[in-house]
Structure formats: structure tokens, C-alpha cells
Design a protein around this ligand. Structure first.
Ligand SMILES: Cc1cc2nc3c(=O)[nH]c(=O)nc-3n(C[C@H](O)[C@H](O)[C@H](O)COP(=O)(O)OP(=O)(O)OC[C@H]3O[C@@H](n4cnc5c(N)ncnc54)[C@H](O)[C@@H]3O)c2cc1C
Length: 467
């Protein structure tokens, strides 16, 4: 098992190098790891997997009911959702099939609902059903007044995005993938049929290249001599409400979508919070994940109409993610067989859901570039620590505490995180390099006190194990 974060990269000529360890790159690495004879490198600029767009989204496992029928995205979201639901059940990734309600707030929106149901059918999702106001308010008693009806999409779920990316990466590494962190690819050239990548940790060579660099996929694509798409970061800001708000909402409450995106929603999270957002702002800066007072005030205004009582609850955090939007309406997943590369670009608002199907698609494209694939093996299943509120945490399992009392000693009381879970994360296959990375693996410091009480203890444990 190889995970490196410093020093020069190995001199190995890899069969495949994947640039970008977001949910998409990690899914591709895991899929390729099924071919036992391949030497695979997963190269990431940052100090952890899933540090880009994959760590800051709305965490919905979409059905793809509203995708553009016939598009690549529609197919991969549909297939990916099915695969990820099965994978999550096998791997212990928390998922709650809460369903969504697409709420119409005026006559024009109400008039659109039948066409959205028909679109869902064209996307092979036949279960969307229109609801009148009586059933709508019975399902969502705290919904603001004035809703005229809704489309019920029972298949929409909420999921933990952090555990998903980490599960893919862990399983890939356990099956032989070399994960190289802190390795930003700055140059790419090809000589004698071998890609030579200039990275911040020295050169790396590979016969085939997969560009899964998310927001920066267009830059790498240009370095490879293409001019296929330009990424415009589309920022989505969100508010996270305290767990006391969870009882206010049962479904994902969606607006009727517009050309700019899926719009502002109210959704429960698997951690027991409630999200309000995201915004959709086209920016120039691919690093601008800041939150702004105006946007947050705008979200609160929209939230007040959807779920008025939500605004009485405490906000425990705000965050923003950047969608890799392009000038194209569909994903830009393009093989260049003459160059032995596959570019995975424009994975905007649905990449978490589609990740496993994208990985299958990219593997098939790599085969088209001449990559010889031996019959795939089954991977040894993985079981991830549970971060979900709807499932028992270690401190709720007496049999576990009897075996190992560290699971009964709480460090983060808001999120009920035990010393045992922190120890396990710090000694795991892909350990965190920062306290924030530890937070994404355990939820320590994510609760209503945001680390005010447990921050010092968590840091001491982190530094103790990290040496
Ligand atoms: C506000 C918001 C809400 C969303 N909601 C949902 C949702 O509910 N459901 C859903 O399915 N999807 C959702 N998405 C979309 C989803 O989050 C993305 O499609 C997905 O995370 C994209 O993953 P990725 O691996 O392509 O990109 P990233 O996660 O950005 O990964 C790319 C990685 O490449 C690395 N990298 C970049 N350049 C280089 C380089 N030169 N060298 C080495 N490494 C490099 C980056 O550091 C990064 O880690 C949402 C997105 C946003 C912003």
C-alpha cells in the first residue's frame, strides 16, 4: 500500500496516471485497480483526497430525473446512482433515501411540473408523481404558506460525500494504486510514447494519462494541445443549520430548475443538519471559495419562503464549493487515442452521483486508446466508519465499547466522536494530514460548538499520533 506526501516521486513508468484525487479521479483509480497487472498512479496537488469540489457540495444522490435526455450526463448519473447506492450499502457509506419534493410556488411553476414528470420518464425515471397541496403539506407540515403543488421524486437520497471519496481511494490504494499527494502537475509532454509530467515533487512517467483535474482540467487539456472547453467556476454558497432544525424537514425541498442550475434547496444532511443553498455565481477565480454577506442574506430570504421556521434555528457553519461549469451543456469526457489520454472535464453538479459510472466509461475509453485490460477481479470489500446520524455510532454500541473502551470515551461531544474513532482515522490507510482532514473522517469539530470545547483535545490527539 503506497501513499506518499513528500519527497521525489518514484521513477516507475506507470501504465496509467490519473491527475486529480477528487471523487471522480478516486472512482477511476478504484475501477482500474480491478485489473491486477496495471501500475496506477493517482496524483493530487493537495495534501488529501477530496479536497476540491468533492468536499463542498450538497451531497445529494440524484436520480437524474431532470438531466438533459439523451446526454452523456443523463446516462452516467442514472447508472452511477444505481451503482453508488449498492456500493454505499456494501461499504457503510451513510445514505438516507428521503426523496425530494420539487415545489411550485406560482402558477407558471405549477404549469411546468407535468413537463418535468415527462422529462423524468424520458430519463428512465418513471416514479415522479404530482402532488396537490393537501398531500404536500401533509408530507411537509413546516413548508411555508403559498405552495401550489409539487412533484414527488421518491428516489432522491442524501449521502456522505467525504466517506464516498475516501472509500474509493482507500480501496484503490489497498489494491495497489500509488497515491501521491502534494504533487501538482505543472507541465505535461510526451516522448517515445511515454507521458512526462512535471510535478511539484519532480517528474512522473506514465504510458496513459487521465485528466480528472476538476476545475483545472481545461488547463491540463491545453497543456496537452487541445482547446475543447473552458472551465468557469460557478460558486455555490451554503448555510448549515444546527441539528435542532432537522425535525423541520423530511424531504429534499427543490425549486423548479432554471437555466443557471438546480436552484436553491433546503435539504437534510446525513449528519443530521439542514442545508440551505447553493447560490450559482460565475466567477473568474478558481480558488474563490469564500462566502459573502450578500449571498448569505439572499439565501436566508429564499429560505424564509421555503421553510420559515428554519430561520429561527442556529447556523453552525457556512461553506462554498465551485462547480466546474463549461460552455457545453454536457460532460466533456473525451478520449485522444493518438495521445493515449482521456480528459474528464465539465463534471459540474452531478459528479458525486455519477462517479462510479464515469469510472466505467473512462475505463472503456482507455481500452479504446489501446490499454490492454485483463479480466477484472472483485475487490475486497471495504467497511467505512459511519458518520451518519441515522445509523449507530461506536459510542452507541455497547459490544464495541466492551471490546475497546476507547469507543466509549467521547472527545467531540456535539458530534459524539470517540477517541477510538479518532485513533482509527489517524492510523488508517489514507490518514489525514490536517485537523480538517480528521474532521472529514470523523466529524470531530463539526458540531454546534465548531471545536470550541473539543478543539484542543482533538489537536493534541492529532499531534500525538502524527508525531
Ligand atoms: C455547490 C455544489 C453542489 C453540488 N451538489 C452535488 C450533489 O448534490 N450531488 C452530486 O452528485 N454532485 C454535486 N455537485 C458536483 C460534485 O461535487 C462534483 O461534480 C464533483 O465533486 C467533481 O469531482 P471531481 O473529482 O471532478 O473534481 P474535484 O473534487 O475538484 O477534484 C479534482 C482534483 O484535482 C486536483 N487537481 C487539479 N489540478 C491539478 C493538478 N494540476 N495536479 C494535480 N492535481 C490537480 C484538485 O486539487 C482536486 O482535488 C455539487 C457541486 C457544487 C459546487
Amino acid at each position: 500500500m503506497t501513499v506518499t506526501a513528500s519527497g521525489l516521486l518514484p521513477r516507475t513508468v506507470y501504465d496509467v496516471a490519473i491527475v486529480g484525487a477528487g471523487v471522480v479521479g478516486c472512482a477511476i483509480a478504484r475501477r482500474l485497480a480491478r485489473h491486477a497487472d496495471l501500475r496506477i498512479a493517482l496524483i493530487e496537488a493537495q495534501d488529501d483526497v477530496g479536497q476540491g469540489t468533492s468536499k463542498a457540495n450538497t451531497a445529494i444522490l440524484h436520480t437524474g430525473f431532470d438531466a438533459i435526455p439523451g446526454s452523456l450526463e443523463a446516462r452516467l448519473v442514472r447508472e452511477g446512482a444505481r451503482q453508488l447506492a449498492l456500493y454505499a450499502a456494501e461499504s457503510g457509506i451513510p445514505v438516507e433515501p428521503v426523496g425530494a419534493l420539487l415545489v411550485a410556488w406560482d402558477e407558471a411553476q405549477l404549469a411546468v411540473l407535468p413537463s418535468l414528470a415527462e422529462k423524468a420518464e424520458r430519463n428512465a425515471y418513471p416514479d415522479a408523481r404530482e402532488l396537490g397541496t393537501t398531500e404536500l403539506y401533509a408530507r411537509e407540515p413546516h413548508l411555508g404558506p403559498g405552495a401550489l403543488g409539487a412533484l414527488h421524486i421518491p428516489g432522491e437520497s442524501i449521502i456522505c460525500p467525504w466517506t464516498t471519496t475516501l472509500a474509493y481511494a482507500t480501496q484503490a490504494v489497498r489494491h495497489g494504486v500509488d497515491l501521491h499527494l502534494n504533487s501538482r502537475v505543472e507541465k505535461a509532454s510526451r516522448e517515445d510514447g511515454v507521458h512526462r509530467l512535471g510535478t511539484t515533487r519532480g517528474p512522473l512517467r506514465a504510458r496513459r494519462l487521465v485528466n480528472a483535474a476538476g476545475l483545472h482540467a481545461d488547463t491540463l487539456d491545453r497543456q496537452l494541445g487541445h482547446d475543447d472547453f473552458t472551465v468557469t467556476p460557478r460558486r455555490g454558497q451554503l448555510l448549515v443549520f444546527d441539528k435542532f432544525a432537522r425535525a423541520l424537514v423530511r424531504h429534499i425541498l427543490l425549486p423548479v430548475p432554471t437555466a443557471l442550475g438546480k436552484g436553491v434547496l433546503v435539504a437534510p444532511t446525513v449528519y443530521g443538519n439542514v442545508l440551505l443553498g447553493p447560490t450559482a455565481e460565475d466567477l473568474h477565480d478558481k480558488h474563490d471559495t469564500g462566502s459573502t454577506a450578500d449571498a448569505l442574506a439572499g439565501l436566508r430570504e429564499q429560505g424564509r419562503r421555503i421553510l420559515p421556521e428554519l430561520l429561527d434555528e442556529e447556523v453552525t457553519a457556512v461553506y462554498a464549493g465551485l462547480r466546474a461549469a463549461t460552455e457545453h451543456e454536457d460532460y466533456r469526457i473525451v478520449a485522444h487515442p493518438e495521445q493515449a489520454t482521456v480528459t474528464v472535464g465539465g463534471i459540474r453538479s452531478t459528479g458525486l452521483t455519477a462517479s462510479l459510472a464515469i469510472a466505467d466509461h473512462v475505463t472503456a475509453l482507455l481500452a479504446d486508446t489501446g490499454l490492454e485490460l485483463t479480466p477484472p477481479r472483485d475487490l475486497t470489500p471495504i467497511h467505512m466508519p459511519n458518520l451518519g446520524e441515522a445509523f449507530p455510532r461506536p459510542c452507541q454500541r455497547p459490544e464495541l465499547i466492551a471490546e475497546d473502551p476507547e469507543y466509549g470515551t467521547l472527545v467531540c461531544h456535539c458530534e459524539r466522536v470517540s477517541r477510538g474513532e479518532i485513533r482509527d482515522a489517524l492510523t488508517s490507510t489514507i490518514p489525514p494530514h490536517t485537523v480538517d482532514g480528521l474532521r472529514r473522517r470523523t466529524r470531530a469539530r463539526s458540531g454546534r460548538c465548531q471545536g470550541f470545547h473539543c478543539g484542543a483535545a482533538v489537536r493534541a490527539l492529532f499531534e500525538g499520533v502524527r508525531g
